[in-house]
Design a protein around this ligand. Structure first.
Ligand SMILES: [Zn+2]
Length: 124
């Protein structure tokens, strides 16, 4: 049947519209089912074309609300995306590469990150 219920992450309005849409769908469906099953004396109160028309109107409104909710949500997403694109990503400073040095004891060259001198074993 219909995919009628959907939560929108960023848009409260779209979520409300979605709930509204679901309500209209429910009423429309109730009209149809109610008429077929003759609930609440629906058949006595209205003719079949009337019931069908009412159900169709409710379903249409529900459909409209759903479309509107989707559009509102899409606009919101686009706005958020545009805002994110406008804001430049923070430039993370690259850590300066620690260059190797010379052993303070024997003067031998050592690589960056070495803890001990490879020649004399002194702590660097
Ligand atoms: Zn050394």
């Amino acid at each position: 049947m219909f995919v009628i219920f959907k939560w929108y992450r960023h848009s409260f309005a779209a979520t409300c519209l979605s709930i509204l849409s679901t309500t209209f769908y429910a009423v429309g469906a109730f009209m149809l089912v109610g008429y077929i099953l003759d609930l609440e004396n629906l058949r006595r109160e209205m003719s079949l074309p009337e019931a069908l028309l009412m159900a169709a109107v409710f379903l249409l409104i529900g459909f409209g609300c759903m479309k509107l909710a989707a559009r509102v949500a899409l606009n919101k997403e686009r706005k958020l995306a545009a805002r994110n694109a406008a804001r430049p990503a923070p430039i993370r400073p690259e850590p300066a590469p620690v260059s190797g040095g010379f052993c303070p004891k024997c003067g031998a060259k050592h690589e960056a990150g070495d803890s001990f001198c490879v020649r004399c074993g002194a702590k660097l």
